[in-house]
Ligand binder design. Structure first.
Ligand code: ADP
Length: 485
C-alpha cells in the first residue's frame, strides 16, 4: 500500500451504515488479500444479519427525504461524486489492483469506466419524464408518473470492484432510490473507498450503505425485508437463481447480470487482423475474468489455420505478472479455486483430443498465475465449450457454414455477449439478428459503455444496466386518473 493511498483517507475497513463507519457488532473481521502475492492487505468488518437490518432501516429512512429532493439536487450530488472518483483515479486504481490483481493501467481504466456511470446518471436524473395520455372519456385526465422503487439491495462481484457498483448505484440514486450495497468479500476496499467519496460528495447518511461479510446472511436479510423493494445482482448464475427464488415471497423487482458463454465467431470473409485484435481483447481482458469474455472462439474452415497461427502469435506477446509491474497485461486469477477450475477444463479438453498451441498450465510465477493459453480442435463434448472458463484460455472450435456457427453459438443456456468478425454487411446483420444474446459486437471486442444497454437473455439474466434503459429498472410506473373534470 503506497504512502499516498494510506494518507488519502480512502483505505476504509469498516462498514458504512447510516452515514457512519462501523465495526461489525461482534468485532469479527475478514482478511482481504492481494492475489498476486498472497499478502494480507487489510482486515475488514465481517457483518451479518443485524448490521444489514440496521442498514436497511437507515436506507428506508433516507429514502423518505432523498426521493423528495428535486432531480436537479440529486444530479448535483452525483456530479460531485463523479468528479471525486475521477480526481482519485490513481488511488482507486491502486486499490483495485491490490485486491483484484488486474494490471494498474486496466484498473485505472476501470475507474474511468466506473465513474462514467455516475456522470451519465447525474445527467439522466433530470430526464425522467412521465406521460399525459389522451383520455378514454372526456371528463377524465390520465397521467403517468415514474417514481423510485424504494430501498435497493445491490450485491456485486469481485471482477470489477468499482464499476459493478456504480452501474447499479448511479441509476438508483439518480432515480431517488437509496441503496444497501454488499460488495464481494474478496474486493471490499474499492467499494468502501467509493462510498467514502460519495459521503464527501454529499450523498446523505443512509442513502448509500455498505455491508460485507457473511454473504448468505446479508443476502437473506436483504431478501426477506419487505422494505427492500428491489434486488440487483451481478455474479454467478447459481447464486442469481437462489436470489431470484428468495425474492419471491416479498415480490421484489429483480435485476440479474449472470454468467455468459460468449462466442467469438470468425468468418472466412473476416479481416484477419481485426479478428485477432478483437478476439484477443474480448478474451484476455482481466485475464479472462469477465462475464462478456469470449469463452468459445468459433472459426470457419477456410480461415482456421491462418487465424490459429496469427492469434497464437498475438497471445504470446501478452505479459503475465504482478499488476503493479510496468508492462503487465495479465494479472493473476482471483484465487486457488479459479485456477484449479481453469486447469481442470484444460486437462479435460486435452484428454478428449484438443491440442494446446500455447500455454496450458500454471505459470512459473506461481500463486494464481496461469499461462495465456490457446487450444485448437475443441469440440462440443469438452467442458470448456459448455461452461464459463473465466480464465486466460481460448478454445478454437471449427465450423463449416454460417448456419452451423449460429447453431453452435446458440447451443447454450447463456446469452450475454457475442462477437462476430466478417466484412459482409449482410452477414453481420443476419447473424446479429439470429444470435440469442443481449449484446453483439461486430468487428469489435470491447463494447461495454455507459451509454448502451448491457444485459443478457436466457439464463444470463434479467434487465439492463447502463443507458436510458438502465434507469427504468429503478422506477415504478404510477397511473393517475383525474375524474369529474
Ligand atoms: P463469483 O463467481 O463472481 O464470485 P458469486 O455469485 O459467488 O460469483 O458472487 C457474487 C456476489 O454474490 C458476491 O458479492 C458474493 O459474496 C455474493 N453471494 C454469494 N453467495 C451468496 C448468497 N447465498 N446470498 C447472497 N449473496 C451471495
Amino acid at each position: 500500500v503506497s504512502e499516498k493511498l494510506r494518507n488519502s483517507g480512502l483505505l476504509r475497513t469498516q462498514g458504512l451504515i447510516g452515514g457512519k463507519w462501523i465495526d461489525s457488532y461482534d468485532k469479527t473481521t475478514i482478511k482481504v488479500n492481494n492475489p498476486a502475492t498472497g499478502e494480507i492487505v487489510a482486515d475488514v468488518a465481517c457483518m451479518g444479519v443485524r448490521e444489514t437490518n440496521d442498514a436497511i432501516a437507515s436506507s428506508y429512512e433516507a429514502f423518505q427525504s432523498w426521493s423528495r429532493r428535486t432531480a436537479g439536487e440529486r444530479s448535483k450530488v452525483l456530479r460531485r461524486w463523479f468528479d471525486l472518483l475521477v480526481a482519485h483515479k490513481e488511488e482507486l486504481g491502486q486499490l483495485i489492483t491490490l485486491e483484484q490483481g488486474k494490471p494498474l493501467k486496466e484498473a485505472v481504466g476501470e475507474v474511468a469506466y466506473g465513474a462514467s456511470f455516475i456522470e451519465y446518471y447525474a445527467e439522466e436524473a433530470k430526464r425522467v419524464y412521465g406521460d399525459i395520455i389522451p383520455p378514454n372519456s372526456s371528463d377524465r385526465r390520465l397521467l403517468v408518473l415514474k417514481q423510485p422503487v424504494g430501498v435497493v439491495g445491490a450485491i456485486t462481484p469481485w471482477n470489477f470492484p468499482l464499476a459493478m457498483i456504480t452501474r447499479k448505484v448511479g441509476p438508483a440514486l439518480a432515480s431517488g432510490c437509496t441503496v444497501v450495497v454488499k460488495p464481494s468479500e474478496l474486493t471490499p476496499l474499492t467499494a468502501l473507498a467509493a462510498a467514502e467519496l460519495a459521503l464527501q460528495a454529499g450523498v446523505p447518511p443512509g442513502a448509500l450503505n455498505v455491508v460485507m461479510g457473511n454473504a448468505p446472511e446479508i443476502g437473506d436479510a436483504l431478501l426477506s425485508s419487505p422494505q427492500v423493494r428491489k434486488i440487483t445482482f451481478t455474479g454467478s448464475t447459481a447464486v442469481g437463481k437462489k436470489l431470484m427464488a428468495a425474492a419471491a415471497p416479498t415480490v421484489k423487482k429483480v435485476s440479474l447480470e449472470l454468467g455468459g458463454n460468449a462466442p467469438s465467431i470468425i468468418f472466412d470473409d473476416a479481416d484477419l487482423d481485426v479478428a485477432v485484435k478483437g478476439t484477443l481483447a474480448a478474451k484476455f481482458r482481466n485475464s479472462g475474468q469477465t462475464c462478456v469474455c469470449a469463452n468459445r472462439v468459433l472459426v470457419q474452415d477456410g480461415i482456421y489455420d491462418k487465424f490459429a497461427e496469427a492469434f497464437s502469435e498475438a497471445v504470446q506477446k501478452l505479459e503475465v505478472g504482478d499488476g503493479f509491474k510496468e508492462g503487465t497485461t495479465q494479472g493473476p486469477l482471483i484465487n486457488d479455486a479459479a485456477i484449479q477450475k481453469v486447469d481442470s477444463f484444460v486437462q479435460d479438453a486435452v484428454s478428449k483430443g484438443a491440442k494446446i498451441l500455447l500455454g496450458g498450465k500454471k505459470h512459473s510465477l506461481g500463486m494464481t498465475f496461469y499461462e495465456p493459453t490457446v487450444i485448437r480442435d475443441v469440440t462440443s463434448n469438452m467442458i470448456m465449450s459448455k461452461e464459463e472458463i473465466f480464465g486466460p484460455v481460448a478454445p478454437l472450435i471449427r465450423f463449416k457454414t454460417e448456419e452451423d456457427a449460429i447453431r453452435i453459438a446458440n447451443d447454450t443456456i447463456a446469452g450475454l455477449a457475442a462477437y462476430i468478425f466478417t466484412n459482409s454487411v449482410q452477414r453481420s446483420w443476419r447473424v446479429s439478428e439470429a444470435l440469442e444474446y443481449g449484446l453483439v459486437g461486430v468487428n469489435e471486442g470491447i463494447i461495454s459503455t455507459e451509454v448502451a444497454p448491457f444485459g443478457g437473455v436466457k439464463q444470463s439474466g434479467l434487465g439492463r444496466e447502463g443507458s436510458k434503459y438502465g434507469m427504468d429498472e429503478y422506477h415504478e410506473i404510477k397511473y393517475i386518473c383525474l375524474g369529474d373534470m
